[in-house]
Design a protein around this ligand. Structure first.
Ligand code: UDP
Ligand code: MG
Length: 331
């Protein structure tokens, strides 16, 4: 018989004061039910990661942690972005948990499937992906761009779980493996499938954000997609090389053509084609250089080995204290 796991739910929060009270209440309820059903062990928690919010998010977390034994939190020293906030949470939770579930603060993901995640863990799965069944509540625009993104990534050879965001369960050993991926440009959705282990999917319907605004405006979404592509795939570089090769073939054909024209004594007539090829090749070169620059930029960031996040404060709850490894304090 397997031992009951300590579960930590990691919730990255950036300016989420509007949704937080409700989120805390609902997630607390989930943990209470799971405890009652004997599916998780005492010491299970909700770990909120304040990603440098400018509003009362941290104050709310701190206040709640005083009266709610399930709530604990860490505060990052500034806004590090969703992926890094998530990572900070996973790394912190890992040491004191047997399994960790990550979920967004806005509860767009259906929390009732958390129970199914845990059941899958009991069945021996190390990674459980939450997968959206439909995207009816997303705007047309969000739906279209997301779909395009998944297809494009697939073409580039990046294995993503279709319609899966960062709502998933990971076991302790999966998280331990994850922490060995030390890259700065981390794209968790792409990395988790690379870990291997037994994994499965749980389907759910995605809801509307019930309060607050999306923290992913178009600009951030594009940056996210671009990062996802260039941190995973060298296909764009290969594509440029291929186009360059085609351009070379074309230009040698053009060379032969212009020579022939010259030999026939109508040299000026070649002006148009030369103009065109100068522009074409100039454009290709610039494009290629820009793209290579992008990757060099990535290399530059990676070789610096800068920390991916900085934790400014940690709330002291019994099971998150450094000494807890030996003596697990009861709630
Ligand atoms: N988030 C974060 N740091 C950021 C941006 C967002 O921690 O810089 C959190 C945010 O609080 C939420 C989650 O990441 O819990 C997903 O953000 P959001 O719901 O705005 O994204 P969407 O669902 O629109 O893709
Ligand atoms: Mg959301």
């Amino acid at each position: 018989m397997m031992q009951k796991p300590i579960l930590t739910i990691v919730v990255p929060c950036y300016n989420e004061e509007d949704v937080l009270p409700e989120t805390i209440q609902q997630l607390t309820h989930v943990l209470e039910n799971l405890l009652e059903e004997d599916l998780i062990a005492i010491g299970s928690k909700i770990l909120f990661v304040d990603d440098g919010s400018l509003d009362r998010t941290w104050a709310l977390i701190e206040e709640e942690s005083q009266r709610n034994p399930f709530v604990t939190g860490i505060k990052l020293s500034r806004n590090f972005g969703h992926q890094n906030a998530l990572l900070a949470g996973l790394e912190t939770a890992k040491n004191n948990s047997d399994c960790v579930i990550s979920i967004d603060a806005d509860l767009q993901d259906d929390i009732s499937v958390i129970r199914e995640f845990v059941l899958k863990y009991w069945e021996g799965y190390d990674i459980v992906y939450g997968v959206r069944r439909s995207r009816d509540t997303d705007t047309w625009f969000k739906k279209a761009t997301a779909q395009w993104f998944y297809r494009f990534m697939q073409k580039l050879g990046v294995q993503l779980v279709y319609n899966h965001a960062d709502f998933r369960l990971m076991s302790k050993r999966a998280l331990e493996e994850l922490s060995r991926y030390t890259e700065i440009n981390i794209f968790l959705r792409g990395i988790v499938p690379l870990l291997g282990f037994r994994s499965t999917k749980v389907f759910y319907d995605r809801k509307k954000r019930f309060a607050g605004e999306s923290k992913y405006p178009l600009k951030k979404m594009l940056a996210f997609a671009f990062d996802g592509i260039t941190s995973f795939s060298i296909v764009p570089i290969r594509l440029i090389t291929f186009i360059g090769f085609l351009a070379f073939l074309l230009s040698s054909a053009a060379g032969i053509y212009s020579l022939a024209v010259k030999l026939l004594g109508h040299a000026e007539s070649g002006w148009t084609s030369i103009m065109i090829s100068v522009w074409l090749i100039g454009g290709l070169l610039l494009m290629g250089m820009g793209l290579i620059g992008e990757y060099i930029g990535k290399i530059y960031q990676e070789v610096k080995r800068r920390p991916r996040f900085t934790i400014e404060k940690t709330l002291h709850s019994p099971s998150f204290s450094p000494s807890s490894k030996k003596e697990k304090v009861q709630l």
